[in-house]
Design a protein around this ligand. Structure first.
Ligand code: ADP
Ligand code: MG
Length: 536
């Protein structure tokens, strides 16, 4: 049978540049509407500012100023200034004018990782207000400060420099000031933005943070600890974390004579013996040149690397956990709790990616009341606060009342209780590009639960001690109330019924006896006894 003839269709094919792609699908990067965009833009600038400071051993001072454009009230100028390492002037145009250009494409924990953030904000500004980005920057040790005003050529994915200049430094300033203008909606974004700044302040107690809002409100978080988290180091990938494409790029490496040497030098945790073992298992001669590897060799090698069980666990050097003291200082700085504790777990790994879980807990004091369903949860991934999609995050799964028996820990919900969770990893398993919630990877869930149990146990010990002490106090007060009565009866007996005047010395002696028996403070007992005596 002859098929019905299908008319020829003339289709036009075109390529999109990465910049055009993000201009078109801006919601992927978090820029879906003016409210969300204002929040996201601030986030991108603040995270770059913090990456430029704490990851490089500098105690951060970050100033965030958001002001309404006097000519157009729906336009906002966001300016973020940091005291970080600055940007080499020759890289500024690309770093701010080319999507997928970054200094963070290395295996090392940073907040940024896509090489997209600031450009997404600039593109959104360009599309909604037409205004360019302005950057002022200087590196430590440089004598000059550099200034750029630029926009992004979306089609070419390249910067268009509108103005540039430089001048001599009069003082030893280093850091970066970035200013962008975007369409926004402050009144609707306000609550989320303030929450974001506050949650950032919780885990950066070593930073001075100033936030000036368009309505004139100023938030200032003063540093309360001088200690920085340990900076992360760049590491080689772990063989469990790689794929075929990665092996193909390795093959191009001309620095090694044999496949064996290539493996030893390209991965962490692979020594001479392991390399030979893996290659033999993949039916590859360890002494051949990498250029001789065929496509089928690579497929077999990728499979062996995934399945091989005897590699050393991934190194955690690339990670930068906050540490117990910083988490405690952070929770104290914002919530002034009556009890605070934190723990950093030992490194673990999932699918070849190392990770570390940290959990902090704050109770009482000025901690707000939680809901019935679970504690107030503060989630962080690589030091970034996560604000949206809480209920679909693995952390919520672990801390919520339906999954964690809080009553076992002397806590009955609702309570003035905060749980902080921090996941750091060279690869956070985010549920989407929006970087707002973490998927429930079993290894991560398990570590979270162990960490939570450990801090919750400390809270239980604190709370049961507190309950015991309160009971003891009540008992002592009850006892102390009898002292004047006993003393009066003794006085009556001693005077053969002639007088009932209570002797002060007797009162004190009785109080001391009770104090000794109960382990209480004698002066406190005397005080209660005397109050009863005078009929208070
Ligand atoms: P990412 O943060 O994912 O690398 P961005 O587009 O946000 O991507 O930033 C691109 C690059 O610009 C960064 O990798 C960094 O090198 C540089 N950069 C941006 N902001 C700053 C800053 N405040 N200080 C120093 N470098 C910065
Ligand atoms: Mg960034």
């Amino acid at each position: 049978m002859i098929a019905a003839s299908v008319p020829t269709v003339r289709e036009e094919f075109k390529a999109l540049s990465p910049a055009q792609f993000f201009a078109r699908y801006r919601e992927i990067a978090g820029f879906s509407n003016p409210t969300r965009a204002l929040y996201q833009a601030i986030r991108e600038l603040v995270e770059n500012a913090l990456d430029a400071t704490d990851s490089h051993g500098i105690l951060p001072s970050v100033k965030i100023i958001v002001r309404q454009d006097s000519e157009n009230p729906s336009h906002y100028v966001i300016t973020v200034e940091d005291n970080g390492i600055g940007i080499p002037p020759q890289h500024v145009p690309q770093a701010f004018g080319r999507v997928l250009y970054s200094s963070k494409y290395v295996l090392r924990q940073t907040r940024g990782m896509f090489g997209l953030g600031v450009k997404a904000a600039i593109i959104y500004g360009q599309l909604t207000t037409g205004k360019p980005v302005e950057v002022i920057t200087s590196q430590p040790g440089l004598k000059r400060i550099y200034y750029f005003k630029l926009r992004i050529d979306l089609q070419k994915n390249q910067p268009i420099i509108l103005e540039r200049g430089s001048w001599r430094k009069s003082r030893d300033w280093h850091g970066t000031i970035v200013s962008i203008t975007i369409e926004g909606d402050w009144s609707r974004a306000k609550q989320k933005i303030i929450e974001y700044i506050k949650r950032t302040a919780v885990i950066t107690p070593y930073a001075n943070i100033v936030f000036v809002a368009p309505d004139g409100v100023v938030l200032f978080y003063k540093r309360n600890i001088e200690q920085l988290p340990p900076p992360s180091k760049e590491v080689k990938p772990h063989p469990h974390g790689i794929d075929l494409e990665f092996l193909k790029t390795l093959k191009e490496n001309k620095n090694f004579k044999t496949v064996k040497d290539l493996l030893i030098n390209s991965f962490q945790g692979v020594g001479e013996k392991t390399a030979i073992d893996v290659l033999i298992l993949s039916s590859i001669d360890p002494s051949i040149s990498p250029s001789k590897l065929t496509e089928r060799d690579l497929v077999r090698l990728a499979e062996t690397l995934k399945a091989y069980k005897r590699f050393r666990a991934p190194k955690a050097d690339a990670l930068s956990p906050l540490g117990r003291e910083i988490i405690k200082a952070g929770l104290r700085r914002i919530f002034e709790p009556e009890f605070v504790e934190a723990i950093t777990r030992r490194p673990a790994a999932y699918q070849g990616h190392p990770f570390i879980i940290e959990v902090g807990i704050a109770y009482g004091g000025k901690v707000p009341m939680s809901s019935d369903d679970g504690p107030i949860l503060l989630r962080y991934a690589n030091k970034i606060p996560l604000l949206y999609d809480e209920k679909s995050d693995v952390s919520w799964k672990v801390v919520s009342k339906s999954n964690f028996d809080w009553s076992q820990y002397n806590v009955s919900l609702p309570a003035q209780l905060i749980v902080l969770t921090h996941i750091c990893s060279t690869k956070i398993p985010f549920k989407g590009v929006g970087k707002e919630s973490v998927a429930d990877v079993p290894e991560i869930e398990k570590e979270l639960r162990l960490a939570l149990r450990e801090v919750a146990r400390k809270l239980r010990i604190y709370l049961s001690k507190k309950i015991r002490e309160e009971e003891k106090k009540r008992r002592i007060i009850v006892l102390a109330r009898y002292i004047p009565e006993v003393a009066r009866n003794l006085a009556i007996i001693a005077s053969n019924g002639k007088g009932d005047k209570v002797d002060g010395i007797l009162l004190e002696k009785l109080s001391e006896i009770i104090a000794r028996r109960t382990g209480a403070d004698p002066s406190e007992i005397i005080m209660v006894a005397k109050q009863v005596e005078v009929g208070v």
